[in-house]
Design a protein around this ligand. Structure first.
Ligand SMILES: [Zn+2]
Length: 561
């Protein structure tokens, strides 16, 4: 997420805690946790009426940027060989905007445009950030497995208050400071098996789009230049403000600690779109010239500008199908993104808003502030299999807080191993038999349960339960010599395209690899001369050494399990 630890403005949000809990947006304990985080102060009070849906007059039909400013590129196909379920459009997702689980229907099926707020690369992303990214990975993979053509955008926030402060403290430039953290993020992403986004726009490389957006908001009269030279969004001129977070505008008041620049605004609740450059900004290379003065973008503006630019130039639309992030981004980040985007385009900014809950350590949200920070790379350095981390996260629904403990991680590691062993047994059997049998029946039952679970707002815990039920019943069927193993392997692999929780294959020593290659070649010769008995004997011998074979159209592949 863009801002797991971002110090939000100190706000007094009357009554919000109770209402957020009542509406199911946060669990009862969480409002109190936010309070502890000094993000917002909640107090009890009567429910205040909700705001009307956001609309501004005179909707624009113009694309966000001139189409010729960047030729529309072909949508890259990410996984051309990925096995998919038969296309089904039965998915329902919880939409924070409506507080309901709704049948998912993208704007132009099968295309789904997905924007996920990416990391702020001032430091390493922590495991709490990665819980959000993993929930988004599950969403992305299940959409793809369901036959949708997903275009995934994840930004990199490489200019904001924290990156500038960190670069200044290190005595270097923004670029030099953030670059290693960008690389580290991609390494962590690959370690945790997250499918790479189709584009990772960087804020510092997207400033022209941000300037265009500010210009548009100024032209429409919903933004103004303050006495301090910064440009602010006037929330009073956007009637829909508060619709996502369901905070009444009257409730949003600036607290006692008022920053000096608040006096430059017309209304203390307004937020900065463009911050006038200060000496620190120029010193680290975080200032750009704009028609409304030299400065830098506000964090909220970055996401609006980058997402609108990507979908506008590629697909000629100004509405995302899905915008996702952590639950702590609902207010003010996503609320402000909606305000900026819809005030500029006159169209809904995103059809579905999905938010993942926090990762807790010892009952507290993981963050540097609370001293319970754990980076993804810490786990990798400890030799933890990413499959175990994924399984652990899947075993709690993305809208429920998850407690991370060593015991839970160890248990997930055992689960992953059980699944790997089960698949190896199936592969061993599947090489011999082709027919139907009990295993094929179990596989069909499993797939129905698996899809039903994920169709229901990505109920991964239930999908995992179905998976372990398959392994349990499947092992018993194997003991009894049942047929249908090939069908079970196929079903398992389709599920793995979504959950991806099989153990990471171990690499073989060079001597062992040479021996395996020789055995595979001998088996191939035996198969060609129709000596299937010998071919099976070699397969068994390899399996006994922990080597699994898979016959594919491009030849036999092996892996050490
Ligand atoms: Zn964002």
């Amino acid at each position: 997420m863009c801002a797991a630890d971002r110090p939000l403005p100190l706000l007094v949000v009357a009554d919000a805690g109770a209402r957020l809990v009542r509406r199911g947006l946060v669990a009862p304990g969480d409002a109190a946790r936010w309070q502890g985080a000094r993000v917002a102060v909640f107090r009890r009070g009567p429910v205040v009426c909700e705001l009307p849906a956001a609309r501004v007059d005179a909707p624009s039909r113009a694309p966000y940027l001139p189409r010729d400013s960047q030729p529309a590129r072909a949508h890259p196909v990410c996984h051309p060989g990925a096995r998919r379920f038969a296309p089904r459009m039965t998915l329902a997702l919880y939409n924070t905007l409506t507080r309901r689980v709704e049948p998912f229907q993208p704007l132009a099926p099968p295309r789904v445009t997905l924007y996920t707020c990416g990391p702020t690369v001032w430091n390493y992303a922590h495991l709490g950030n990665f819980r959000t990214f993993l929930f988004e990975d599950l969403l992305r993979r299940y959409l793809e497995a369901s036959g949708y053509d997903v275009f995934h955008i994840m930004n990199l926030t490489d200019v904001d208050d924290r990156t500038i402060k960190a670069a200044r403290a290190a005595g270097t430039t923004l670029r030099r400071h953030t670059e290693p953290f960008v690389r580290a993020f991609f390494e962590d992403r690959d370690y945790l098996r997250l499918r790479p986004a189709h584009v990772h726009p960087r804020a510092t490389e997207s400033v022209p789009a941000m300037i265009v957006l500010v210009r548009r908001l100024l032209d429409r009269g919903v933004a103004y230049q303050g006495d301090d030279g910064s440009v602010y969004f006037a929330i009073d001129r956007f009637p829909g403000y508060g619709r996502l977070s369901r905070l009444d505008r009257r409730e949003i008041k600036v607290g006692a600690r008022v920053a000096s620049d608040e006096y430059a605004k017309e209304d203390p609740r307004d937020f900065a779109l463009w911050k006038k450059a200060g000496p620190d900004d120029d010193a680290v290379g975080a200032a750009w010239d704009a028609p409304f003065g030299r400065g830098r973008p506000g964090w909220h503006l970055e996401c609006s500008a980058m997402s609108l630019y990507e979908i506008g130039t590629r697909f000629g639309v100004e509405t995302l199908d899905i915008h996702a992030g952590g639950v702590d981004l609902i207010f003010p980040h996503h609320e402000d993104e909606i305000a900026q985007s819809e005030a500029a385009t006159g169209r809904p900014f995103a059809r579905w808003w999905l938010h993942g809950e926090f990762l807790n350590v010892r009952g507290t949200k993981m963050s540097k502030r609370f001293g319970n920070f754990l980076a993804a790379r810490d786990l990798r350095e400890q030799g933890v299999d990413a499959a175990a981390v994924r399984l652990l996260f899947w075993q709690t629904h993305y809208r429920k807080p998850l407690d991370f403990t060593d015991e839970a991680l160890a248990a997930a590691g055992e689960g992953v191993k059980r699944l790997g062993d089960f698949r190896s047994r199936l592969v061993g059997e599947g090489g011999r038999e082709r027919g139907e049998g009990r295993l094929a029946e179990l596989a069909a039952e499993f797939e129905a349960d698996f899809r039903a679970a994920l169709d229901d707002d990505l109920n991964a815990p239930q999908a995992c339960a179905a998976l372990f039920q398959l392994a349990h019943a499947g092992n018993r069927a194997l003991d009894a010599g049942a047929g249908g193993a090939a069908a079970a392997v196929a079903a398992l692999d389709r599920a793995m395209a979504v959950l991806d929780v099989l153990p990471t294959p171990r690499t073989a020593e060079p001597d062992l690899a040479r021996w395996i290659e020789a055995q595979v070649a001998a088996r191939e010769r035996a198969r060609k001369s129709k000596d299937f008995k010998e071919a099976d004997r070699i397969r068994e011998a390899l399996l006994a050494r922990g080597v699994e074979l898979e016959d594919t159209p491009t030849g036999t592949k092996w892996r050490v399990v």
